[in-house]
Design a protein around this ligand. Structure first.
Ligand SMILES: Cc1cc2nc3c(=O)[nH]c(=O)nc-3n(C[C@H](O)[C@H](O)[C@H](O)COP(=O)(O)OP(=O)(O)OC[C@H]3O[C@@H](n4cnc5c(N)ncnc54)[C@H](O)[C@@H]3O)c2cc1C
Length: 187
């Protein structure tokens, strides 16, 4: 939490992690192998009809103050396989994405802050939420600029779903993260 380490632990059983691109590709192969027909580069309109399942992701909420940012970094020394950091109104996770640990995925949920002054939006967001030590570590590493992704305009929890509409995944509900209200000077 902020500069303080509050827990170091081993998971009681192994947890599996997978790249979402890898998962999407495996789902595509499986779906087509059992006779599914996949259309890409196509948008459909939501309509209430039998057989339609809406799984088109979160609903756009323009007023939301949440900002999700992620990028891959090289040259970050991880303390363990998964690091989780909690800042003011924010949480960030770091985990390797290569078997030798040379590339690390940094992914976090933040409250939108003042406009970024620096060149790296993740580092700026970390400083704004009181995670300066982690910002320093990332500033000393190399970010792959192509991997930098940001999302905004979403609300956590139940999405406003049309009555009797069959929705799945984020279209139905976004699982709230673990972030909580916290004061940099408090516990
Ligand atoms: C910052 C952040 C970090 C996260 N970290 C993790 C994590 O570490 N682990 C984890 O398990 N989850 C994580 N999640 C959650 C995870 O990303 C989502 O729960 C998951 O992607 C939801 O999958 P989905 O298929 O429901 O929606 P999406 O992944 O959003 O897919 C919906 C798809 O529908 C398409 N689409 C939209 N509209 C239309 C239309 N009209 N017609 C056709 N297609 C359309 C979109 O282009 C998209 O491809 C994170 C989320 C955020 C915001």
């Amino acid at each position: 939490m902020g500069p303080k380490q509050i827990l170091e632990a081993r998971l009681t059983r192994p947890a599996l992690g997978m790249s979402r691109w890898e998962m999407d590709e495996r789902l595509r192969i499986r779906f087509e192998s059992i006779g599914g027909r996949l259309l890409t580069k196509d948008r459909v309109q939501p309509e209430l009809r039998e057989g339609l399942v809406w799984a088109a992701g979160r609903r756009l909420e323009k007023e939301s103050q949440l900002l999700g940012l992620k990028a891959h970094f090289e040259g970050v020394d991880l303390k363990g396989f998964l690091e989780m950091h909690i800042g003011v109104g924010a949480y960030v996770g770091l985990t390797p994405i290569t078997s030798d640990g040379s590339k690390v995925n940094v992914c976090g949920l933040f409250k939108k802050g003042p406009r970024a002054k620096g060149v790296n939006p993740i580092v700026d967001a970390l400083r704004n939420c009181g995670l300066g030590a982690l910002a320093d570590r990332l500033e000393g590493a190399q970010m792959d600029p192509v991997s930098l992704t940001g999302i905004s305009g979403f609300q956590l929890g139940g999405q406003r779903v049309r009555d009797r509409f069959c929705s799945l995944g984020d279209a139905e509900r976004m699982i709230p993260s673990i972030h909580r209200k916290w004061d940099v000077n408090g516990v």
